[in-house]
Design a protein around this ligand. Sequence first.
Ligand SMILES: C[S@@+](CC[C@H](N)C(=O)[O-])C[C@H]1O[C@@H](n2cnc3c(N)ncnc32)[C@H](O)[C@@H]1O
Length: 198
Amino acid sequence: MTTLHSPSAGRDFEFDDRDFRRVCELIHQRAGIALAPAKRDMVYGRLSRRLRVLGLRDFKDYLDKLEQDGGDEWQAFTNALTTNLTSFFREPHHFERLHDELRERAAHAPLNIWSCAASTGEEPYSIAITACEAFGSLTPPVRILATDVDTQVLATAAQGVYPIERIAALEPAVKKRYFQRGTGPHEANAGWCRRCAH
Ligand SMILES: C[S@@+](CC[C@H](N)C(=O)[O-])C[C@H]1O[C@@H](n2cnc3c(N)ncnc32)[C@H](O)[C@@H]1O
């Protein structure tokens, strides 16, 4: 059965099974992202913004254009479809293990760590804090590479500035050592302290 998300169903664009399948195939080929059927409404919502920006009439036009001469639109397509959920020390047991590993491998320093799906940066900065704590230094012999298929989140990661509530759950000593409170119009933000390993 074909499900049609037609303009008459309160949507601006038609979005049928074939369109959804094409999106799933393209993002899987490009980024290895497997979209579950339950993501269909999310896909519609996020990509319909791209159709509006580009002034296109329907998803078929958009996907044809993407496949024929995608250019920069490939990146916008990818950015639209990623899920960037993250936080500082998300799944804390990983960082406890990392702390122990770093101490065990200290003799092999300098050490390289790759945060390959870094999102907005909370993960690589949590790695950096862990490295500082493990080596008892603000400049531990650790190099961290942070990458992500989504360029928009990486720009946030490079800035290292977060709404203050993103670091609310961190221990006061950790906040004090590794973050600086914004001032003036940036009072609601906390920035990664640049004198630390980065
Ligand atoms: C749910 S977030 C997880 C962020 C962080 N690693 C964490 O655990 O807190 C997943 C991230 O993976 C990125 N991603 C998805 N496919 C990727 C790929 N093929 N290469 C690099 N990053 C990818 C997404 O853009 C997104 O930012």
